[in-house]
Each structure stands twice: as structure tokens, then as C-alpha cells.
Design a protein around this ligand. Structure first.
Ligand code: B12
Ligand code: SF4
Length: 454
């Protein structure tokens, strides 16, 4: 079958999106003809005057149609994009959707159905995993896919190929449009065997359109075995599974040859969820002799000894990005993060092993008091020598389905008329901004903020 995969804005234009590359690859190996349309990078390249809208601080400009309309002629854009997709006469159109692309994705779905009512429109991606309200569902979408999409998309295409009704299907992990509403087929609770899925089809993307000219995206693992209170990534992905060393090395060699690059950027939730397998990978990298560079997000796990980290360095590890969030012991405990003294030790060991230490921070967590932000500033000051980059500080938000979201009542969290959360007399958007400013100001003064990284 002819299948079109679409990636609407907003997303990072750093590198090609891996999710849709994995879906494309699965479909190709199932024997389908796949066309990929990354309208996110296309719009970025076409509208140089609007590139500032892809800066982190402007991501809010994509969260309502009114705001997007201020910057673009949305009806024209959607029409043009829909024409380009429909020119290929796809039987299935899959869109990868996140919280910041859902508005344009919905408009595209409406246009696809108007112009080609027989095409099956499928939404996948992180937005679908967070849907809680029926109002969030669009009647012009035939199927919503929650969580990992490879196995599910194969099943959906099978149903369509056999001419069966998608509305009657019972595939776990989907919400299907019956014509009279949506039927919830629950979640697929069996995470994929990630050594069994084809390597992502990055060759379908024009790398020249993306701004990172050095790295190639990759993932070593999926999932996470922790449950930090503010996080919804872990529930979407299920338990931690690391790919086999051979599979990872095969992908590195293939993509390095294809793109003439030697550095890989891991998009894992954390690269160090399974230290034993990570060490096996490092051993293979070292004995293989052909060392690639790599880096990614990691948890500050005290089990990582100096020796272990030196081995990572020798195997090509060049940076670890730690989600530190806070330097206050009681906030860290409430979040479910490692102990404060353990974090300090891991920062020092990583730095001393020659791996660059990147850090991510969060201000205004519900349990955070003014004294905690001071404690965090002292922590930052004391550890400044081991922190190579203070990448960014976000202000705490409460995603649907996170533990914080479930505990809102007991935390006295309320919402104002702009849907912003607050705790009376303790925490508000203003308080969060001030705390964020304090931390950011200190990072700049200490010289650990160096412009951030993408
Ligand atoms: C790497 C990353 C980035 C990189 C982008 C890299 C690049 N290509 O340029 C950077 C850091 C630049 C980035 C930016 C943004 N990101 Co980001 N990012 C991620 C991260 C950590 C990994 C994404 C990834 O590659 N995953 C691996 C792939 C394989 O997974 P996947 O894309 O989800 O795909 C799977 C399924 O979703 C599904 N699927 C996906 N598409 C489709 C399509 C179909 C048809 C089907 C059937 C299935 C399907 O199947 C895939 C394979 O199993 C995720 C967190 C996470 N772990 O998911 C956040 C995440 C995707 N980002 C998110 C967001 C919101 C953003 C921003 C848009 C805004 C923001 N405020 O953060 C910005 C853009 C900012 C800007 N101004 O540019 C959110 C989305 C939230 C949501 N619920 O929708 C996430 C989930 C983080 C979070 N929890 O907040 N991001
Ligand atoms: S923040 Fe990181 S470690 Fe914590 S639950 Fe989410 S993915 Fe796991």
C-alpha cells in the first residue's frame, strides 16, 4: 500500500524525528511504499523570518490556533501540505503528534478527510499517550495509537489490506473511530522486543534541512524503571529495555557510513538504565576498535563508579545530560530523584572521567519552598567545578497522568483562568518565574551557563 507519514510543526529541528523513522522502517519491511513529509523542518527552512518560533522560549506560540495564525497563513499552509501528501494517493496517512503540533495535525486531518474521505487517518506519537478527555479526540481521525507504534501500525495496515473494518478492530493500544464515537481498546501492556524491530529509516529524511550538522539521532534503549512525580515519559514507554550491543553497533556503522558523521545523539529517556548491558556495549565498542562518539540523557546513579565512567569515556561517551532538577534534599525525595549527596558524587566522577556534564533544572516544584531554592543555589555553587554546562531551567508544569497530576488534591493545587496551576500563598506562575530567574542568574554568574544546548 501507499502510505504517507507526516510530521507537522512544532518539534525540534535539530535532527530528523526518530519516531516516524521507526514507523516508516516497520512499514517498509512489511512491504509498503512509504513517503515521509516533515513539514516541521520544511516550514523552518522556508520561513527564515520566522525561525525564532522554534526557539525554546517560543514553544508557547504553537499552543493555540489564534497564536499560530498571527505568524502564518494557516489555511494556505494546511491546503498546500494536504495537496503535497494527497498527490501520492496514500491509502493510509499517519501523523506523528505531540502536545505542540496537535493543532496543525488536527487541521490536516480535517483537510485529508474532506479531500480523500477513504484514506485512513492515524494519529500516533506522545500526544496520543496523554489523551484523557473525549473532547481531545477528532472525528476526522480513524485511529489513535498510544505508546510504541511499530507492532500496532503493522496490525492496522493488515486490517486495512484485508478490507476489514477498522472501527470494529480490537487492537490493544488504539482508540478507534466507530463512526458513532471512539472505542477504547486499552493499552498494549507488552512492551516491544526492541531487538526485533527494524533500524530507523533515517535515509528517508533530508539531513540538510536540520540544524545539527554533527550528530546522528539514535536510541540505545526504551522505557524507564523509575517514576519521578512530574514525568509521563516513563508510563508511556513501560519498563526499561536496552538494545543488544550488536544491534546498536550495526546501526552506528550503517548510519555513520550513510551520513559521513561519527557522533551520535541518544534520544533515550536515559542511556544508563541497565548498567550491565551498557558496560557490555562499551566493551564491544572498545574491542571493536572503530570508536564512535555518543552522548545522551542519564540518571545520576551512584552505582556508576569512577572506573565504569572512565570505561564509558574510552568507549566514545562524550557527554551525559543529567536531569538534576533540584539541589534541595526534600524536593528531590518528593520527586523520586537520587539522594543529593549521590548526585554530587556522580557529577564529580563523571567530570573527572573526562565526560562532559550537562545539567537540567526545574524551578517551582509544588513541594519546593523559598528555602529549597536557596538550598538548590548553594548546591549549584558547591558543584560548579563539576558542571560543564547548565543547559536550562524549566518551570514546573503538571502533565496529565503524572503522579503530581494524580496527587493534585492533596497538594492543594488549583488552576487560574489561564489554566495555570498555583498553590494559594505558596506557588504561582510568578513565584516559578522568580525562582527560575534566581537559578538562571546564578548559573550565568558562575559561568556554567554557556548558551545551553539543543
Ligand atoms: C529528543 C527529544 C527532543 C529533541 C528533538 C530532537 C530532534 N529531532 O530534533 C529536542 C530536545 C530538540 C526536543 C524539542 C521539543 N520537544 Co521533545 N522530546 C525528545 C524526547 C526526549 C525523545 C523523542 C524521541 O526521539 N523518542 C524516541 C522515538 C522512537 O519515540 P517517539 O517519537 O515517541 O515515537 C514512538 C511513538 O510515539 C509512536 N509514534 C510516533 N509517531 C507516530 C506516528 C504514527 C502514525 C504512529 C502509528 C505511531 C507513532 O511510535 C514511535 C516508535 O515506537 C521526548 C521524550 C521521549 N522519550 O519520548 C521529548 C518529547 C517528545 N518532546 C516534547 C516536546 C513538547 C518538545 C517541544 C515541542 C516543546 C517543549 N516545550 O519541550 C520541543 C520543541 C522545542 C523547539 N522549540 O524546538 C514532549 C511531547 C509531549 C507530549 N505529550 O506530546 C516529549 C514527550 C517530552 C515531554 N514529556 O515533555 N525534543
Ligand atoms: S524523569 Fe527520567 S528517570 Fe524520572 S521517571 Fe522520567 S524518564 Fe524516568
Amino acid at each position: 500500500m501507499n502510505i504517507a507519514l507526516v510530521f507537522p510543526p512544532l518539534y525540534g529541528v535539530d535532527m530528523p524525528p526518530l519516531g516516524i523513522a521507526y514507523i516508516a522502517s516497520q512499514l517498509i519491511s512489511d512491504g509498503h511504499k512509504v513517503s515521509v513529509f516533515c513539514f516541521n523542518s520544511q516550514l523552518y527552512v522556508e520561513r527564515k523570518d520566522k525561525q525564532f518560533l522554534w526557539d525554546w522560549e517560543n514553544s508557547g506560540q504553537w499552543t493555540s490556533l489564534e497564536k499560530i495564525n498571527k505568524n502564518f497563513n494557516v489555511p494556505n499552509l494546511v491546503e498546500k501540505w494536504a495537496e503535497a501528501v494527497l498527490e501520492r494517493s496514500p491509502k493510509i496517512i499517519g501523523l506523528s503528534v505531540n502536545s505542540h503540533s496537535r493543532i496543525l495535525a488536527n487541521l490536516l486531518a480535517d483537510t485529508f478527510k474532506k479531500k480523500a474521505k477513504d484514506a485512513c487517518v492515524i494519529f500516533g506519537g506522545p500526544f496520543c499517550a496523554e489523551i484523557t478527555e473525549p473532547e481531545e479526540l477528532n472525528s476526522n481521525v480513524d485511529v489513535y495509537v498510544r505508546g510504541e507504534g511499530e507492532k500496532i501500525i503493522s496490525r492496522i495496515t493488515g486490517i486495512i489490506e484485508r478490507g476489514e473494518s477498522i472501527g470494529d478492530s480490537t487492537i490493544e493500544g488504539t482508540l478507534v473511530n466507530t463512526g458513532a464515537g471512539f472505542k477504547d481498546n486499552g493499552w498494549d501492556t507488552n512492551p516491544l522486543d526492541i531487538n526485533d524491530i527494524p533500524l530507523p529509516a533515517l535515509q528517508l529524511f533530508d539531513l540538510g534541512r536540520y540544524i545539527n550538522k554533527v550528530e546522528i539521532p539514535i536510541i540505545f534503549s526504551r522505557g524507564c524503571n523509575y517514576s519521578c512525580a512530574f514525568c509521563t515519559d516513563a508510563p508511556m514507554w513501560g519498563r526499561y529495555r536496552m538494545r543488544s550491543a550488536d544491534d546498536i553497533l550495526e546501526e552506528m556503522a550503517k548510519h555513520s557510513r550513510l551520513f559521513c558523521r561519527r557522533r551520535f545523539k541518544c534520544s533515550d529517556l536515559m542511556v544508563n538504565g541497565d548498567l550491565e548491558r551498557l558496560e557490555q556495549l562499551a566493551d564491544k565498542m572498545i574491542t571493536g576498535g572503530d570508536i564512535f562518539e555518543w552522548g545522551g540523557m542519564a540518571r545520576a546513579r551512584i552505582e556508576m563508579s569512577q572506573e565504569f565512567l572512565c570505561k564509558m569515556k574510552k568507549a566514545g561517551g562524550i557527554y551525559f545530560t543529567y536531569g538534576i532538577e533540584s539541589g534541595a534534599a526534600r524536593v528531590l525525595a518528593h520527586m523520586g530523584k537520587p539522594l543529593k549527596r549521590h548526585i554530587s558524587q556522580v557529577l564529580r566522577r563523571t567530570h573527572d572521567s573526562g565526560i562532559k556534564v550537562n545539567t537540567l533544572w526545574m524551578a517551582g516544584y509544588p513541594a519546593e519552598r523559598w528555602s529549597d531554592i536557596i538550598e538548590t543555589m548553594i548546591f549549584l555553587f558547591r558543584n560548579r567545578k563539576y558542571i560543564d554546562e547548565f543547559v536550562s531551567v524549566s518551570s514546573c508544569y503538571i502533565p496529565h497522568k503524572s503522579r503530581l497530576w494524580r496527587e493534585q488534591e492533596s497538594l492543594n493545587i488549583r488552576y487560574n483562568n489561564k489554566s495555570e496551576w498555583y498553590i494559594k500563598g505558596k506557588n504561582s506562575p510568578w513565584v516559578r518565574e522568580v525562582r527560575k530567574g534566581m537559578l538562571f542568574g546564578l548559573a550565568k554568574a558562575l559561568g556554567v551557563y554557556r548558551g545551553g544546548i539543543s
